[in-house]
Design a protein around this ligand. Structure first.
Ligand code: ADP
Length: 620
């Protein structure tokens, strides 16, 4: 059937991946075996699933995986009697990568082995990892329910061939022609230890066949890990299972394994990865748990079991109650599912609660904190639990590390303080240098520094914590504990009415109002928002995404104790008063992170002022 032979090129991304992988994963090279066993076991799972509807597919055979070694020929084969692949499936599956964003992801590789190895680990390597140890890989396969076998072969350099064969056995044989210096992977002793490590938790028997020997050796216990009792599973086994499941090759941060009995029966094994996948922010990326019903694999990426804001959680759920023929659509409508989703969500939050008491939480927060924040906005029922898991940068530490909890804040509150203060800014640098902090800093009142895009929505959703209201110090009403707060804004303004009126007259087009400030110490002025206006950060974000934003002007606050304001107050030259007022506002806007509507006008004003200063110096 040689006339059937075609030579095809790999998709560009595959070529890149192959090159990078061989280089960056060399020190982890034995993981190829885990990836191939994982694929074989998935193939067996899929066959069993299809056989639910069409029992003839399964036939008499027991589903199993066999590893064959031929030391003389330096061959290692992974053989399964699972679902197999048709010619088209082979071309798609082993010639392309279907995940969107892969090209951008691969572009982040630097050539630094450690850096790249970590990135590729997050991506998940899969079948292509065979080329780390093999200079040629042959795949022979027969799709269950068909009678045309296919052979795929490649040296991993850019092309592969594909041709029909008369293969009669259902399933797939992947043969690695090991590189000269990789002979160790055809040594029974070495390989058996690896198989044991990589397959002990799979629900199918894995056997080892060595060329020249009569009997196969059964290597694993063929019990799916999650069906075992917690006390029988070691830490290492949990970690291995995670890697098998996710194709990640870093250890998970933590996991939670539970069996629920009673009205609803199911087992769940949930993991928190150590690093975010590259497509965490792609809301279309597949997510969710691997669903089994009574140990039978049903589907990957069952997203119905956890809310979107927990999309980073990996794992398995095995239900005893769901029907075997359950589909994605049915899951959506299943009343049991709502209850399971609630319980699993709670499990994850409890697991994170435990993690939060240990040393790894900072690492978790860096990777997934922003995603978890979505929960405060979306999941009202768990708001209190989520609030306890949040971490912020604050003026207490004064660094941009988000490591302070709301409980930490509350524990440090002053006598008489009944509010939690925060500021929202575009960056940490803007936040920590903000004039809005001055009075609070002077009085040693802690302020949370919020700089993530989602933060304005987060604080809206949260509103309070532990009975204490969250207060934005960038808005008009600022009620500090006793002292200055006692005087109303009106009463404070009254003392400086003529000056405020005059400034407002000049800045009429640019500001909503001019007030005397109670929050400034060192700066002459700042801008604040009205209680119900959009904050400037939200305004900028909406504008950047092309949305219509309702017109609203900031409120200018001035520091009447500041020499510049005193100078303004004493200024008799109308023109100068006008310029100075505008500059004071320009600077307040810049400090807050706004862009000036008319930067050129500002530069002109500033230049005139500087020249003015120069001439004053000369005269002196
Ligand atoms: P992943 O397993 O992460 O999807 P791989 O690159 O390892 O990525 O494999 C790509 C696809 O090739 C798999 O999703 C599967 O559809 C198919 N495949 C790989 N190995 C086998 C196998 N032994 N039997 C059937 N299909 C397989």
């Amino acid at each position: 059937m040689a006339d059937n032979k075609e030579t095809l090129g790999f998709q560009t991304e595959v070529r890149q991946l192959l090159k990078l992988m061989i280089h960056s994963l060399y020190s982890n090279k034995e993981i190829f075996l885990r990836e191939l066993i994982s694929n074989a076991s998935d193939a067996a799972d899929k066959l069993r699933f299809e056989a639910l509807a069409d029992p003839a597919l399964l036939g008499e055979d027991e589903l199993a995986i066999r590893i064959e070694l031929d030391k003389d020929k330096r061959l290692l084969s992974v053989v399964d009697n699972g679902i197999g692949m048709s010619r088209d499936e082979l071309i798609d599956n082993l010639g392309t990568i279907a995940r969107s964003g892969t090209a951008e992801f691969l572009a982040q590789m630097t050539g630094d082995q450690q850096h790249d190895a970590q990135l590729i680990g997050q991506f998940g390597v899969g079948f292509y990892s065979a080329f780390i140890v093999a200079d040629k890989v042959t795949v022979e396969t027969l799709r269950a329910g068909t009678d045309q076998g296919v052979r795929w072969e490649s040296d991993g350099q850019g092309e592969f061939t594909i041709e029909s064969t008369d293969r009669a056995d259902r399933g797939t044989r992947v043969t690695l022609h090991l590189r000269d210096d990789e002979g160790e992977f055809s040594e029974p002793f070495r390989v058996e230890a690896l198989i044991r490590k990589y397959s002990d938790h799979i629900g199918f028997p894995v056997t080892l066949h060595t060329e020249g020997e009569e009997d196969d050796k059964i290597v694993n216990s063929a019990t799916a890990l999650w069906t075992r009792s917690r006390s029988d599973v070691s830490e290492d086994e949990y970690k291995e299972f995670y890697k098998y499941l996710t194709h990640d090759f870093a250890d998970p941060l933590t996991w939670s394994h539970n069996r629920v009995e009673g009205k609803r029966e199911y087992t769940s094994l949930l993991y928190i990865p150590a690093a975010a996948p590259f497509d965490l922010w792609n809301r279309e990326a597949p997510r969710g748990l691997k669903l089994y019903v009574q140990r039978v694999f049903i589907m990957d990426d069952a997203e119905q079991f956890l809310p979107l804001y927990l999309r980073f959680v990996k794992g398995v759920v095995d239900s005893s109650d769901l029907p075997l023929n359950v589909s994605r659509e049915m899951l959506q409508q299943n009343p049991d599912l709502t209850a399971m989703r609630g319980a699993l969500t709670k499990r994850v939050l409890d697991m994170l609660g435990k993690l939060a008491n240990g040393d790894d939480y900072g690492a978790f927060w860096n990777e997934f904190g922003q995603v978890l924040k979505e929960g405060v906005v979306e999941d009202f029922a768990n708001r209190d639990k989520l609030a306890g898991l949040l971490r912020f940068a604050s003026t207490h530490a004064g660094t941009d590390t988000q490591d302070q909890s709301l409980d930490d804040y509350v524990g440090r509150m002053q006598d008489g303080q009944d509010k939690i203060y925060y500021i929202v800014a575009d960056s940490f640098a803007t936040a920590i240098a903000s004039p809005h902090l001055e009075q609070l800093r002077k009085r040693d009142l802690e302020v949370l520094l919020l700089t993530d895009r989602i933060d304005p929505w987060l604080v809206d959703g949260l509103a309070e914590f532990d009975g204490k209201q969250l207060v934005d110090i960038g808005r008009t009403a600022l009620d500090l504990p006793d002292g200055d707060g006692a005087l109303s804004q009106d009463a404070m303004n009254d003392e400086h009415k003529p000056l405020l009126k005059k400034i407002k007259g000049v800045l009429r087009e640019r500001v909503e109002a001019v007030n005397v400030s109670r929050r400034l110490v060192d700066s002459p002025a700042c801008v604040v928002s009205g209680e119900h206006d959009l904050s400037p950060q939200v305004r900028r974000m909406l504008e950047a995404s092309g949305q219509e934003v309702p017109e609203s002007k900031p409120i200018l606050e001035i520091n009447v104790d500041h020499p510049l304001v005193a100078r303004l107050s004493g200024e008799t030259d109308e023109q100068r008063f006008d310029e100075l007022s505008n500059i004071v506002l320009d600077h307040a806007l810049l400090a807050e992170g706004s862009q000036l509507d008319n930067p050129a006008a500002y530069v002109h004003r500033m230049n005139r002022l500087l020249l003015d200063l120069g001439s004053t110096d000369e005269q002196a």
